[in-house]
Design a protein. Structure first.
Length: 376
């Protein structure tokens, strides 16, 4: 799955506009061709990668931002008439400054680029200070401006990841990105120019991802399995209720023998589900050292319940605990439990009434988030 198209547009929009300008002016210089090649590589990486932070870091680590800017300046310079070496240097300075001014204007017009504006503004200010082109390049290097251009500027994107995972109530991912933010801040503080070395940051980021990968996988696996266990218990007790022959879980679609098949489906659940549950609980115990009782103390269950993402109501969960105690192969629930299940079905109290909606979990777009962050 490629990087989100909106985020790619935000990152590559300026470079696409600059490349389009070269094409519109029929610039066929070698430098222009190099510009197009660098942009093509950026576009290709956007299709190959999935995570926007990794994509942005990859562009910085490979020096693609700087390469494009240098080739762009050379392409504009090559379009000028042949002049003396001194005037060529002056022309190159003018063309480079014009390129950065155009880029700055584009960045300022797009909220998603607000966190990149200061370093580009510094380049423009140095370009307008009257320095010769060689001195301009030297000063940018000495003041860490080029490092700033190459830096992934990952701080805001990490903050956005934290915000999104908090909305999705995925605590392990939240902890991972908070650790990334701490590491990123430490690298910035350690840098003389306030920008982390792109390679060092990429190594640090990947190390943290690898560190958390087992915890993320375990958390998800535990959640998937207790969710299925609860469904099995719920299906078993419901299969004894008077509404079972009309429930979509068992109703056989059409045909002359549909009623008989429906009955078989119900009987299969009644007879087989207790044995299947025993096997699942045994695997659950061997893989995660957890019993049925442990489910309700696990972070994944507590998080889903408190976040209103658990499908079953609290009343139903307590009821399923009672059903679990008698759910054994060859046995059936007593009439009291069946009656209670039928009553909950009639009242509609099986499902959590206040479940969180998709709209409540929808994050604001990154540009809006970035604007709010910079104001605070």
């Amino acid at each position: 799955m490629p990087v989100d198209a909106g985020m790619v547009d935000a990152i590559l929009g300026t470079f696409r506009n600059m490349a389009r300008e070269l094409k519109d002016k029929n610039n066929e210089s070698e430098a222009a061709k190099q510009c197009f090649a660098v942009l093509a590589k950026m576009e290709s990486l956007a299709q190959q990668m999935e995570d926007v932070a990794s994509f942005s870091t990859k562009l910085s680590v490979d020096g693609l931002f700087t390469d494009f800017s240098n080739f762009y300046g050379q392409a504009l310079a090559s379009a000028a008439q042949s002049v003396s070496a001194e005037s060529s240097s002056d022309q190159l300075m003018q063309n480079t400054l014009k390129a950065y001014e155009d880029a700055l204007a584009t960045l300022k017009a797009e909220p998603a680029h607000a966190h990149i504006v200061p370093v580009v503004q510094k380049v423009v200010d140095l370009g307008k200070s009257g320095l010769s082109y060689p001195m301009f390049l030297k000063t940018c290097e000495e003041q860490g401006v080029f490092l700033g251009m190459d830096s992934p500027h990952a701080g805001p994107t990490i903050d956005y990841d934290i915000y999104c995972y908090e909305l999705m109530h995925l605590p392990v991912q939240v902890r991972m990105y908070k650790q990334m933010k701490t590491a990123y801040t430490q690298l910035c503080d350690r840098s003389a120019f306030g920008y982390p070395d792109p390679v060092e940051w990429e190594i640090t980021r990947q190390k943290i991802e690898w560190q958390f990968a087992p915890d993320i996988a375990r958390y998800s696996a535990i959640e998937d399995r207790w969710d299925r266990i609860l469904d099995m218990i719920n299906d078993w007790i419901d299969s004894f209720c008077k509404f079972a022959p009309f429930d979509s879980r068992w109703v056989s679609p059409g045909g002359g023998n549909s009623a008989a098949q429906t009955r078989k489906n119900i009987e299969r659940t009644q007879e087989c589900e207790p044995g299947r549950l025993l096997i699942r609980e045994d695997i659950f115990k061997r893989y995660f050292n957890m019993t049925f009782v442990d489910i309700f103390e696990h972070e994944s269950f507590i998080t889903k319940r408190e976040a209103r993402l658990l499908w079953y109501s609290d009343q139903r969960i307590e009821f399923l605990k009672k059903v679990h105690a008698v759910m054994q192969p060859g046995k059936r629930p007593d009439d009291t439990l069946i009656t209670e299940a039928e009553k909950m079905h009639e009242e509609g109290s099986t499902r959590r009434a206040n479940m969180k909606t998709a709209e409540e979990m929808k994050p604001v777009p990154f540009p809006e988030f970035l604007t709010q962050s910079l104001k605070s």
